[in-house]
Design a protein around this ligand. Structure first.
Ligand SMILES: Nc1nc2c(ncn2[C@@H]2O[C@H](COP(=O)(O)OP(=O)(O)OP(=O)(O)O)[C@@H](O)[C@H]2O)c(=O)[nH]1
Ligand SMILES: [Mg+2]
Length: 203
């Protein structure tokens, strides 16, 4: 599958403000600065569709994107939507702000029936983080399809990637959920995660 066109639709906090379109939707979650917006830009081939920044914790809203895709093999085309979550785990965010985030995400998970899956991004260099473990546990409990994307693979020597993924799998306690190493810098690993998305889109 490849993405042929993409548009920013809107930002929202409350379900009443989400875009009404019911296309299959996939959300990108993960700690602040892990590379969610960068990944969306790379997948869509648009340099600044999703705002990226060196300053973590900038995005506080859900950002919705409309994506037109095409499946190379059979010329099938269609629409899906991406949602860029604000990052979690940003140390300087106060408790009140964290609570806002939690409410916003819970509402989204509960009131977005077209949600087909969540891509949970973690930094390949870091050991499993408590916030990521909690996020994965919540998705498991809610029975929402998900996979793990290990970002910034360019920062780890190639020979160490498999070991790093194995360690993450143990630490994240995520069973046989797929973990895909990716590098936005080197454009590595995109096909696998598009295949994963496609699998849950056509159901
Ligand atoms: N080396 C390398 N840097 C990356 C990669 N992906 C993202 N980055 C960098 O990581 C920083 C944060 O990326 P963002 O995409 O803004 O991160 P985010 O997860 O959207 O962050 P928040 O919106 O704050 O939650 C930027 O400086 C990116 O250039 C990657 O694969 N490799
Ligand atoms: Mg972002």
């Amino acid at each position: 599958m490849r993405i042929v066109e993409s548009f920013f639709v809107k930002s929202a906090v409350e379900p009443a403000d989400y875009p009404a379109s019911a296309y299959p939707e996939f959300a990108f979650a993960g700690r602040s600065n892990v590379g969610k917006s960068t990944l969306i830009n790379l997948l869509t081939g648009r340099k600044s569709l999703a705002k990226t920044s060196g300053t973590p914790g900038k995005t506080r809203l859900l950002n919705f994107f409309l994506i037109r895709w095409k499946h190379d093999a059979n010329d099938e085309t269609g629409f899906m939507q991406f949602t860029d979550f604000p990052g979690y785990g940003f140390a300087e965010i106060g408790l009140a702000e964290q609570e806002k985030w939690r409410k916003m995400i819970n509402k989204y998970l509960e009131q977005r029936p077209q949600l087909r899956g969540i891509l949970v991004l973690v930094d390949i260099r870091h050991p499993a983080d408590k916030k990521d473990i909690l996020m994965l546990e919540m998705l498991r409990l809610r029975q929402i399809e998900h996979c793990v994307i290990a970002t910034k693979a360019d920062k780890v020597p190639k020979a160490k990637i498999v070991a790093q993924i194995n360690q993450l799998r143990k630490g994240l306690n995520c069973g046989d959920i797929p973990i895909y190493p990716v590098s936005a810098l080197n454009n590595v690993g995109m096909e696998q995660l598009m295949d994963w998305t496609y699998k849950f889109m056509i159901i």
